[in-house]
Design a protein around this ligand. Structure first.
Ligand code: APR
Length: 385
């Protein structure tokens, strides 16, 4: 266990393993040392761009939005003792979160690319959305530390419940009960609720971070133990990369910690650029597009924040130019009209010296001269009455 603190490393102190604390240095380390034992640790933040809210982001997080379920406290939705008394809030949420509705993010595809390149030792995820599997990461490479929707069972007698019936009941927002002859227990997906033990696979693999040659932590607040302790099991000289909107845990306190603070999809794209894997990453992510067989399936990668800003500024300047252009043309036209009317003789009925516009009369220009003073009477046809 390294000496964990949340203080930042002094910029002056040199890393032990990397040539610099930068994503380019990590990319060079992976390629020069042919690093194959990368451990990835993820949380809900890597699925937010798929449309699945995380838990604790203010305003957008699930816990901020569960108030409508009238819970005694937000986490009750995942609390086993609360579930026993009232399973409805969880099944309301399950209806929204159930796998199959969402497409993996480019961050999921980045993890899948690490595996395809033979460099992923293990992925520890806290997520229950199964998007890692949908992105192509094989089950034996994944530790679903908080379980998943993949299987379900009775919370009393542990009898397994069929997957197809579970999917049907969740879609109908019905609460499934045990199929055992004598048991009427509630059925729950194998998601780890507060108050329940983590799966055996977590304990069997928790020695792997100490064997890792590189650790990548993405999209997690590192709030919930024992998952939150994993990064501290990593050896002191092993580089740790955090790709997250905010700094979390002890990441940033060690000499070989690299922080990429911001959107994780943008962060993994930057990482892929440094590795020279960007095209492969975009191609792999495009293959997760459910419409990929349609002719216009290829989706350009979503624009970065900077690209969206540049586009907005360009649009604004275009609008301003257009407005200025119209104004200039209008000014030109008005100037020409004024010049033309200034060179014309005043009509007999008006007195140029006073130059007060005369009230239109039928004998002059059928009453429209005040509208078109520059046009001659014969130009103004007599309106058909
Ligand atoms: N890019 C990068 N980081 C993001 C993004 C994004 N697009 N969206 C959110 N984040 C970050 C947030 O800033 C936060 O630090 O991801 C983290 C999400 O934290 P949580 O909402 O706490 O989710 P998680 O860490 O997975 O929660 C752990 O808590 O309630 C339990 O069982 C539940 O598995 C869950 C566990």
């Amino acid at each position: 266990m390294g000496n964990e603190s949340s203080t930042s490393v002094d910029e002056a102190t040199r890393p032990i393993t990397l040539y610099a604390r930068s994503i380019e240095a990590v990319a060079q380390y992976i390629q020069e040392k042919d690093i194959k034992n990368i451990v990835v640790m993820t949380g809900a933040g890597i699925s937010t761009s798929a449309g699945i809210p995380d838990f604790r982001s203010p305003d957008t997080g699930l816990y901020a939005n569960l108030a409508r379920l009238k819970l005694p406290y937000a986490e009750a939705v995942f609390d086993i003792s609360y579930f026993r008394n009232n399973p409805y809030p969880f099944y309301t949420l399950a209806h929204e979160l159930y796998p199959g509705k969402y497409r993996p993010t480019v961050t999921h595809s980045f993890i899948s690319l690490l595996h395809k390149k033979g460099r992923l030792l293990k992925l520890f995820t806290q997520n229950i959305d199964c998007l890692e599997r949908e992105a192509g990461v094989p089950g034996d490479k994944i530790v679903e530390a908080h379980g998943s929707f993949a299987t379900q069972r009775c919370i009393e007698c542990k009898t397994e419940f069929p997957g197809d019936r579970m999917k049907e009941m969740i879609q109908k927002k019905e609460v499934p009960r045990c199929i055992g002859k004598t048991c009427t227990g509630l059925v729950k997906p194998d998601i780890v609720f507060f108050g329940e033990a983590l799966p055996e696979s977590f304990h069997r693999n928790r020695s792997l971070p100490a064997k890792a040659e590189l650790v990548i932590v993405m999209g997690t607040s590192l709030t919930v133990q024992p998952f939150a302790s994993l990064p501290s099991f990593v050896r002191e000289e092993t580089p740790r990369v955090l790709i997250n909107l905010e700094r979390v845990g002890s990441l940033g306190s060690r000499l070989d910690d690299v922080l990429l603070l911001g959107d994780c999809d943008e962060g993994v794209r930057k990482f892929a650029d440094a590795l020279g894997w960007r095209d492969e990453l975009e191609e792999l992510w495009a293959s997760t597009n459910p419409n990929k067989n349609k002719k216009d399936a290829y989706e350009a990668p979503p624009k970065t924040r900077q690209e969206r800003l540049d586009e907005e500024i360009e649009k604004l300047t275009k609008d301003i130019d257009a407005t200025l252009k119209v104004t200039a043309e209008a000014n030109e036209r008005i100037r020409a009209e004024l010049e033309k009317s200034a060179t014309q003789k005043p009509p007999p009925s008006s007195n140029p010296s006073t130059d007060t516009p005369s009230a239109p009369t039928t004998s002059s220009y059928f009453g429209l001269s005040h509208v078109y003073p520059h046009l001659k009477a014969d130009k103004l046809e007599k309106p058909s009455l």
